[in-house]
Design a binder for this molecule. Sequence first.
Ligand SMILES: [Fe+2]
Length: 421
Amino acid sequence: MERNFKETKEMKPQGRNYGSFDSQNADMKQIEISDKNDEGLTVLSEITRKLVLSVQTSNHIAFILSSAKEILNASASSVILVDEKKKELFFEFADGNVGGLITQVRINIASGIAGWVAREGKPLIVNDVKSDQRFSVDLDRITGFVTRSIICVPILVQSQVIGVIEVVNRKDGSDFREQDLEVLKVLANIAATAIDRVRLNEALVYGYINAVNALATTIDNKDPFTREHSYRVKEYALMGARSLQLPQRQLDIIEYAGLLHDVGKIVIPNEILRKSEPLTPEEWATMRRHPSTGSDIIATMPRLDEVGNLVRYHHERYDGTGYPDGLNGEEIPIGARLLAVADAFDTMTTKRSYRGNVSLEVAVEELRKYSGKQFSALAVEAFICGLMKQKQFVPEHIHAPRGKLILPSNPLIKGIRVPNT
Ligand SMILES: [Fe+2]
């Protein structure tokens, strides 16, 4: 078959500009020097301004794509990322009529125009896809979309191709031009920074989660009778928090605080932690320092200050008789009130060296008995409600018929104002 490359323009790679990390400055520079497309540049200036103001990366990318489509007067646009391990491309974001469908598709990096751009790291304009052997019809077959022309540029981070931006079909049927590439290059540069920021942030979050889990395991392992206590307290506190429909950010804080609530016990001698006889007043004084020690430890970790607060207050009591600060009632953040209930529930239902465990029903009875006194009534009812909804999380070691437990009618939860953590 004769190969016709007449309509195809391969462009030189853009070099270091693509991989720039100080994208805002780099983008502005490119905007200033490229005066070929005034209309496009005005929009790009606006994009840059909005991006500086925006914090949502997915919004960034959606905005970049709709801008690319608008400026280039095209039918569809997509950000396609490279999966290095599988040597595949996947559509991270796509708009146009088949955007929803296309994001479920993965393609081999060896095929298609996007694959070629990703492999070569070079921009490409193909104004008649039928005449270009690199074009693959597979996607069109799946989606029913008819591709006529494509303009595609690589997205580079530190000279590595992490994906491509592809814009398809000029609406008026005219050709994509070299100056369109200038616009798309700027957008690819912005997308690179946005995607890289998300990846760095994800790596940071995973790092935190691993560190937090490792710390929680260390604390629990200090006392064989409380192994996995931190994990269960986290789950129980989250049950209550979900019943109250707390926002995701507060759930995240409660999750970390649940895992770390006893982190201050790291500095308490094992003889005290593992003692089966009653503690002496001096030993109690040492034990009671763990919430403030814990919050001091957490204060050394960036971004976890709200978690530190919950850790500090998890032994405060609703009637003001708790420690370390003697807070009472609503002064205690709802996250800490939920932790107190979760902590007590797990302590009651778990065997210790010096006593056995009680059944779920007895533990719930106890929580209700001290509801409005030691415990926040809201936190108690929210927890019980969550417990009933998520029985799969109830540990197997609580062996008791559960039918007797009455599902709370939730007078305290219905229509409640969402409290602050
Ligand atoms: Fe504690």
